[in-house]
Design a protein around this ligand. Structure first.
Ligand code: IMP
Ligand code: MG
Length: 182
């Protein structure tokens, strides 16, 4: 596999995040808000989206990893790093890079919901709508894309390409390299 064409440019990402940030600022005006970034993929979205939010926010991060095979998410995720903060009674907004099958996020939402936050919503830069197995209510979406595998802007293939400033397609170059890291 190799990096192919640009799917979403740096400028397009910036414009989408500005819109999402404006909407979030409006929706949470006068309220407390905790942004929860899901590592590692969401680190760039988190940093750039937060700069478009004008209401006071706190930051926290979680790191999760799917159990089982590398390419097939089982829906059971292991929490590698939990939140530092208690979320009971707080407005929590989960920041994701991409929602694919929705299994990871649905598990995450369940495990955070039992901690009784005042509200729990999701913002995702990319939403692969066509292939979703678990219906997820995403309050703020940057782009809806197809089932294509993409890299860049936090998203990786085998741990690489997270630093690309845009979103690019991965294309088959005929080689048989390892499965993508989830
Ligand atoms: P799912 O929604 O449980 O299927 O898994 C979502 C996770 O799979 C994301 O947080 C990414 O780590 C990974 N993932 C899904 N699609 C892509 C992609 O196109 N590029 C890079 N990682 C992806
Ligand atoms: Mg990944």
């Amino acid at each position: 596999m190799k990096v192919g064409d640009v799917l979403i440019s740096e400028d397009e990402i910036g414009a989408a995040l500005a819109e999402m940030g404006a909407q979030i600022s409006k929706d949470y005006e006068g309220q407390d808000l905790l942004l929860v970034g899901v590592l590692k993929g969401a680190f760039m979205v988190m940093a750039d989206l937060a700069r478009h939010i004008t209401t006071p926010v706190e930051f926290d991060f979680m790191a999760v990893s799917s159990y089982g095979a590398a390419t097939q998410t089982s829906g059971v995720v292991r929490i590698l790093k939990d939140l530092d903060t208690e979320i009971e009674g707080r407005n929590v907004l989960i920041i994701e890079d991409v929602i694919d099958s929705g299994l990871t996020l649905s598990y995450l939402l369940k495990s955070l919901q039992v901690r009784r936050p005042a509200s729990l919503r999701v913002a995702a830069l990319l939403h692969k709508t066509g292939i979703q197995r678990v219906p997820i209510d995403v309050s703020y979406t940057g782009f809806e894309i197809g089932s294509e595998f993409v890299v860049g802007y936090g998203l990786d293939y085998g741990g690489l390409y997270r630093n690309l400033p845009h979103i690019a397609l991965m294309v088959d170059d005929g080689g048989d390299d390892a499965s993508p890291e989830r």
